[in-house]
Design a protein around this ligand. Structure first.
Ligand code: ADP
Ligand code: MG
Length: 234
């Protein structure tokens, strides 16, 4: 589904060039569950932004579903960002004083044939139906992140990107989030998780380590941790 070929990314600010990614070669198949690991500043978020069509490489190729992304029109890229990928962030990024249901519906506001049943289904898939009418700021951190996952799912994207999704959570809530990501992966969703925590990365099927903008290892995870699905509904 994804292929990066000799991809490089530099940031240029006031004529100062900062090289961030060097010669990245990476293939990601449909249904994979990848963890991208590396210390802070190693280029993980930059790589995720390129993969999710938010940023463009300085050189090299990004092939997505057989198409060279650099050849796509801005309009197509905007549609890809809205429909092919879903995002989950460390800081949840929910609208406060807005209901769970409205938060999850947000990505559908841009869709032509929005089917609001999808909102209910996405909320059910993270087991938050009993909280649908709550305001997002009335929820615990773990619940907020489940709302963010439902919002990422509502357009049935090809890939879910999760950038440090457990970074702001206690360990029990973090485990629940990993259990949900594993369930979604088992249902066929491709997941790309960015983390600097070894224990979190071990929930993935494959671990790619990056350091100073280079891939230093790319291995199947032979001791995958299966997150226990503690009861989510209180
Ligand atoms: P990570 O997510 O692994 O912590 P990032 O991808 O956010 O790393 O950043 C990698 C490097 O790129 C860092 O040194 C950061 O300072 C630099 N960087 C990120 N965004 C920009 C930008 N817009 N302009 C200049 N440098 C940037
Ligand atoms: Mg980052």
């Amino acid at each position: 589904m994804i292929e990066l070929i000799n991809l490089n990314k530099d940031y240029t600010n006031e004529e100062v060039v900062t090289p961030v990614l060097h010669d990245i070669n990476l293939k990601i198949a449909k249904g994979d569950f990848l963890a991208i690991m590396g210390p802070s500043g190693s280029g993980k978020s930059t790589l995720m932004h390129i993969l999710s069509f938010l940023d463009t490489p300085t050189s090299g190729k990004y092939i997505f579903q057989g198409k060279d992304v650099s050849s796509l029109k801005d309009e197509t890229l905007a549609t890809y960002r809205n429909q092919k990928v879903g995002f989950v962030f460390q800081s949840f990024n929910l609208l406060p004083k807005t209901s769970v249901w409205e938060n999850v519906r947000l990505p559908l506001l841009y869709a032509k044939d929005a089917d609001e049943k999808k909102v209910d289904q996405a909320i059910a898939s993270v087991e938050l139906t009993h909280r649908a009418k709550y305001l997002s700021n009335q929820l615990s951190g773990g619940e907020k992140q489940r709302v963010a996952i439902a919002r990422a799912l509502v357009n049935n994207p090809d890939i879910i990107f999760a950038d440090e999704p457990t970074g702001n959570l206690d360990s029990r809530s973090g485990t629940q989030i990993m259990a949900i990501l594993q369930k979604l992966n088992a249902e066929g969703h491709t997941i790309i998780l960015v983390t600097h925590e070894t224990n979190t990365a071990k929930h993935a099927k494959r671990i790619v380590r990056i350091k100073d903008g280079e891939i230093v290892s790319d291995e199947k995870n032979d001791d995958q941790i299966i997150a226990e699905r503690t009861k989510l509904v209180k």
